[in-house]
Design a protein around this ligand. Structure first.
Ligand code: ASP
Ligand code: MG
Length: 244
C-alpha cells in the first residue's frame, strides 16, 4: 500500500472553505488507494497573532509558555480538518505532536526532533483512518510542549515520512512549486520540475520558503519531497537525490 504524508500550510487551511478543499484533496488520494497522513499548519496568520497576543501581556514571554501557546494554532486546524474529512465520509482522527509520538530536545522555539514513536499513527492507519497530525510541535522527555521554529510543519511532515518509511512527502502551499528566483520579483523566473536536496537547501538559505531542516531530514533519510499548490492541479517540483 502506498503511504503518503501530505502537509498543508497555513494559507491552505486559512478558512472553513479551504479546509473543506483540503479534505477533498485528501479524499482523492485515499480514493486512489493511498494511506494518508496529513500534517497541518495553523490557520492563516494564527501563529503571528498568538505571538502578538503574548507580547501584549509581556515584553519577554517565557519560552516554555510561548511554545505551549503557539502549539494551540495547529491544535485548532487539525481537528477541524478531521471533522471535514469525517463529513465527507472518510474515517479520520487528529493527533497532537505528543499523541503522534514526536519527541524533541528542550530548545523552546527551535526544538529538534530526537525520535518519533510511530506506534499510535501506525495503529490508526491500520484501522483505515486518515491521520491528521498537528505540525510544528513536539514534546520533551518531560512532556513539555515545544515548537520546531517558524515554518516547522514542513519538518514535522518530512520527519514523519522518514519515520513511517512513507513513499513520499507532499508539501502543499500557495505557490505551485520551486522557482529559480522569486517570481514576484524576477518575472522570468522558471519553475523547476525537479531539484536536488543540496540545491534546494541553497535556495532555502536565500529565502525560498521552506523550513531548511525539512530538506536536511529529507536528504539524510532519502525522502522524496514534492512541493505543489493546494489550490489547483498544476505540476509541482520534486526535491530528490536525482542527478545534478
Ligand atoms: N504555524 C507555524 C508558523 O507559522 C508553523 C508552520 O506554519 O509551519 O510558523
Ligand atoms: Mg503558519
Amino acid at each position: 500500500m502506498t503511504l503518503i504524508v501530505q502537509k498543508y500550510g497555513g494559507s491552505s487551511v486559512a478558512d472553513a472553505n479551504r479546509i473543506v478543499n483540503v479534505a477533498r484533496r485528501i479524499g482523492k488520494a485515499k480514493s486512489e488507494g493511498a494511506d494518508v497522513v496529513a500534517v497541518v499548519s495553523a490557520m492563516g496568520d494564527t501563529t503571528d497573532e498568538l505571538i502578538r497576543l503574548a507580547q501584549t501581556v509581556t515584553q519577554q514571554p517565557d519560552p516554555r509558555e510561548l511554545d505551549l501557546l503557539l502549539s494551540t494554532g495547529e491544535l485548532v486546524s487539525s481537528p477541524l480538518l478531521t471533522m471535514a474529512l469525517r463529513t465527507l465520509g472518510l474515517d479520520a482522527i487528529s493527533l497532537s505532536g505528543l499523541q503522534a509520538g514526536i519527541h524533541t530536545d528542550t530548545m523552546y522555539g527551535q526544538a529538534r526532533i530526537h525520535r518519533i514513536d510511530t506506534g499510535r499513527v501506525k495503529t490508526e492507519l491500520q484501522k483505515g483512518r486518515v491521520v491528521v497530525v498537528a505540525g510544528f510541535q513536539g514534546v520533551t522527555e518531560d512532556q513539555d510542549v515545544t515548537t520546531l521554529g517558524r515554518g516547522g510543519s514542513d519538518t514535522t511532515a518530512v520527519a514523519l515520512a522518514a519515520a513511517l518509511k512513507a513513499d513520499r512527502c507532499e508539501i502543499y502551499t500557495d505557490v505551485d512549486g520551486i522557482y529559480t528566483a522569486d517570481p514576484r520579483v524576477v518575472p522570468e523566473a522558471l519553475k523547476l520540475d525537479e531539484i536536488s536536496y543540496d540545491e534546494m537547501l541553497e535556495l532555502a538559505s536565500y529565502g525560498a520558503k521552506m523550513h531548511p531542516r525539512s530538506i536536511e531530514v529529507g536528504a539524510v533519510f532519502g525522502v522524496p519531497i514534492y512541493v505543489a499548490s493546494s489550490f489547483g492541479d498544476a505540476g509541482g517540483t520534486l526535491i530528490h537525490q536525482g542527478k545534478d
